[in-house]
Design a protein around this ligand. Structure first.
Ligand SMILES: NC(=O)c1ccc[n+]([C@@H]2O[C@H](COP(=O)([O-])OP(=O)(O)OC[C@H]3O[C@@H](n4cnc5c(N)ncnc54)[C@H](O)[C@@H]3O)[C@@H](O)[C@H]2O)c1
Length: 375
């Protein structure tokens, strides 16, 4: 094994805790520094993580020992922070979406290409056993030729739990740009790239009320569509239907269903790394649960960076910028279609990243053995 990839994190908010947990498990990654606009947040992280120093954003960008910047800032800052990291000669892996707009995202990919550095982007949930087992089932022909998919994400709003939910209701946020990356990335992973989309969208309230934390009761303005539906036409001819809502209360529909000529598949939540995949073969009389057969076992946020670290030089990482750009263009085009009333052709494309064999990168080998024994 080579030396671990040295990582500096910019943005120490709500999501960093999940990354810190997984950095402790992943031997291919070494966290060396953290920074935030609010120095106290970076300091708090450094105090709980041995060997990590809290620095200013500029210091982190100038640090010789930071090879990759993990960008955990809010969507409106993703492109700006990524461009600064690239200008400092560092590879960058960002939280989703790649940028608030495709115009911004394009400048990031272009700058990285010129600088010869790598761009990676969340979500890496699709590299876990849930989506990867579903993908293997499709690739192994268990449902025959895929015809269609449905993707359903329903929540009455993140302001109910997030202490600073403003960004979810500003451009770059909303149910589609916030949660859509999980669903659209999963759909592209399962069914391949998208060539055109149609969409429709609506907006219920002009304000949302923060439900927890020091700002509880404060209202935040809403500048996005809070309920979005769309139809994606994949290059294969398969059709995916999207239903993404920050307005609806609850759904009993599976997060994702895939239908083929020979069977139907229930795919687990693409915002999680694992979960049961169920198959209903043509002519059967019940759903069957498929054994876990592919993906990173016991994974979590950050495994996409470990995957990037082991990607051969010059090759696109699985959680790579090209895929993230395609996903962003699909989402942006669904909203454009909703506002113009016309179908939109997608100009970008992305290869389905290579499947992940069943792999224990870190964590609990016994859990895998128990799952295998139970199947
Ligand atoms: N919160 C979640 O559950 C969750 C889950 C998955 C992904 N994400 C994604 O992670 C990202 C961050 O979300 P969060 O919930 O942690 O947000 P947050 O608002 O809690 O934290 C963001 C942090 O980034 C800092 N920041 C903002 N702009 C900056 C800049 N230009 N330079 C340096 N620091 C800056 C802020 O001070 C803040 O500490 C978003 O893209 C979000 O979509 C969040």
């Amino acid at each position: 094994m080579g030396k671990p990839l040295k990582v500096g994190i910019i943005g120490c908010g709500a999501i960093i805790a999940q990354y810190l947990t997984n950095f402790r498990k992943l031997q291919d990654l070494e966290l060396v520094a953290v920074a935030d606009l609010d120095p106290a947040r970076a300091q708090a992280v450094a105090e709980q993580y041995d060997g990590v120093r809290a620095v200013s954003v500029d210091e982190l960008l100038a640090a010789d020992d930071v090879e990759l910047v993990l960008n955990l800032t809010i969507p409106a800052a993703h492109a700006d922070v990524a461009l600064k990291a690239i200008a400092a000669g560092k590879s960058v892996y960002g939280e989703k979406p790649l940028a608030a707009t495709t115009a911004e995202a394009r400048t990031v990919l272009e700058a990285a290409r010129k600088a010869g550095v790598v761009v990676g982007c969340a979500p890496d949930t699709v590299l876990g056993t849930g989506i990867q087992t579903a993908r293997k089932a499709i690739d192994d022909g268990l449902i025959g030729a895929p015809i269609s998919a449905s993707a359903t994400m329903v929540t009455p709003g993140h302001e109910r739990w997030h202490p600073n939910p403003d960004f979810y209701y500003q451009p770059g946020g909303g149910p589609l740009l916030d949660m859509g990356p999980y669903y659209v990335t999963a759909l592209v992973t399962l069914l391949g790239p998208v060539v055109s989309v149609t969409g429709a969208a609506s907006h219920t309230r002009n304000e949302r009320t923060i439900g927890s934390g020091p700002r509880q009761g404060e209202k935040v303005p809403v500048a996005i569509d809070s309920h979005v539906t769309g139809v994606l036409t994949h290059a294969s001819g398969a059709l995916s239907t999207l239903f993404m809502s920050f307005d609806a209360v609850k759904s009993k529909s599976p997060n994702i269903e895939i239908h083929g000529e020979q069977g139907s598949l229930v795919v687990p939540d693409p915002n999680h790394f694992d979960g049961e995949v169920q198959l209903f073969p043509l002519g059967a009389d019940a759903w069957e649960t498929l054994p876990v057969s592919a993906g990173y076992v016991d994974s979590g946020r950050g495994f996409g960076i470990a995957d990037l670290a082991s990607t051969p030089e010059g090759a696109e990482p699985r959680a790579g910028g090209t895929l993230a750009f395609h996903v962003l263009e699909v989402m942006e085009s669904v909203l454009e279609s909703a506002h113009t009333g016309t179908a939109i052709r997608i100009s970008s494309t992305a290869e389905r990243p290579a499947g992940v064999e069943l792999t224990v990168l870190a964590g609990n080998v016994r859990e895998l053995q128990a799952q295998e024994a139970a199947s």
